[in-house]
Design a protein around this ligand. Structure first.
Ligand code: KG4
Ligand code: ZN
Length: 336
């Protein structure tokens, strides 16, 4: 059988990325132009700034992705693109670029949900076996997704307020860490201890939902109160305490979900899946409570936003016949 090459686009937030993926699993190229530096002085992603960067970078990313993969448009089987969820202006740049390539080169246009993309980042470390479950933790989302079979997604639990990554970024800001704060807070946490015992919201409720805004408020109050007393708190212990709360809740809820849904595999993916505390804890808990369930953790390099994962998910959509027309629109609030 013939190799299928997919040109994939990702532009939902602050990374412009284009990749070439062979047969859904082999990364021939994955160009990621990050805008983080442009947003840092604002303390978060400024949508208007993000859109302008995507416009500036997307064409260069296409050329680099094709060059590095050493393929031409004629070799492609299709063009995959993230059409949601994300920032509407940012999404529109990737969608427009993908449509243009698809139209100009008579290629099928394949719509991809960004969160399905995150799940498929784990496809680079192993085969998917169904039914499976995914813990998706990113800057915009925190959810448990049940996949009874390939191409079928059911959200079985999600955050009622902040996403885990968003909480990291907000408490990081209070500690003076540049956006995005997750990686630095993770590093500090490793040198500290859980001395503050922040709340673990809904940990013992048997629904599968999350909440991180109470934790964030408790953290901020602790810092403000200390400030007023002129007291200096240990940043490593603050980070470790915050991280322990987040990891406890994520791990406990995942175990509850595994009690309720019998699966063969657990996927850990999304930007926050890069967190060392979370990776270690899930390794430990899975070995202890669900040794028969295989865990695939997205490789560190593909936890954050990138087009390679969109190409991997796009290939599955391609096989299932998902096609979009030139009227494809960005859907900022897209869910499964
Ligand atoms: O998936 P992603 O790249 O973008 C979204 O789709 O949201 O996730 C970005 C988020 C940011 O909030 C960032 O602070 C967080 O992932 N993050 C981490 C770590 N690395 C990135 N959070 C905790 N620990 C990390 N090591
Ligand atoms: Zn993402």
């Amino acid at each position: 059988t013939e190799d299928k090459l997919i040109l994939a686009f990702e532009s939902s937030c602050d990374e412009t990325s284009v990749a070439v993926i062979k047969n859904g699993t082999e990364i021939l190229s994955n160009i990621v132009a990050t805008q983080i530096a442009s947003h840092q002085r604002f303390g978060g992603v400024v949508p208007e700034v993000a859109s302008r960067h995507h416009i500036e970078w997307v064409t260069r990313c296409i050329h680099e992705a094709l060059d590095e993969a050493q393929v031409s448009y004629d070799d492609l089987a299709g063009v995959a693109v993230t059409y949601g969820p994300g920032l509407v202006g940012s999404l529109l740049i990737g969608v427009t670029a993908a449509k243009t390539v698809a139209w100009a080169h008579h290629l099928p246009l394949i719509p991809v949900n960004h969160m399905a993309g995150h799940i498929y980042a784990a496809r680079f470390v192993g085969d998917f076996v169904f039914p499976q479950m995914a813990l998706l933790v990113s800057g915009g989302h925190t959810e448990l997704v049940y996949m009874p079979k390939e191409h079928e997604y059911q959200i079985i639990g999600e955050t009622r307020d902040d996403a885990a990554g968003e909480a990291y970024d907000k408490i990081g800001r209070v500690m003076g860490v540049n956006y995005p704060a997750g990686k630095t807070v993770d590093e500090w946490a490793h040198q500290g201890k859980d001395t503050f015992h922040f709340p673990r919201a809904m940990e013992n409720e048997d629904n599968l939902d999350f909440s991180f805004s109470g934790l964030k408020s408790a953290f901020i109050n602790t810092c403000h109160n200390a400030d007023q007393r002129g007291e200096k708190l240990n940043k490593n212990d603050l980070a470790a305490s915050f991280q322990q709360s987040v990891v406890d809740v994520l791990a406990e809820k995942t175990m509850t979900a595994l009690d309720q849904y019998s699966v063969k595999q657990l996927i850990l993916a999304g930007g926050v899946a890069a967190n060392h505390g979370l990776r270690d804890r899930l390794n430990h808990d899975m070995a202890r409570y669900y040794p028969q369930v295989k865990m695939l953790q997205a490789p560190l390099k593909y936890c954050g936003d990138n087009a390679a994962m969109i190409g991997a998910a796009g290939y599955i959509n391609y096989l299932h016949g998902d096609r979009a027309g030139l009227d494809l629109n960005a859907v900022p609030g897209l869910s499964f």
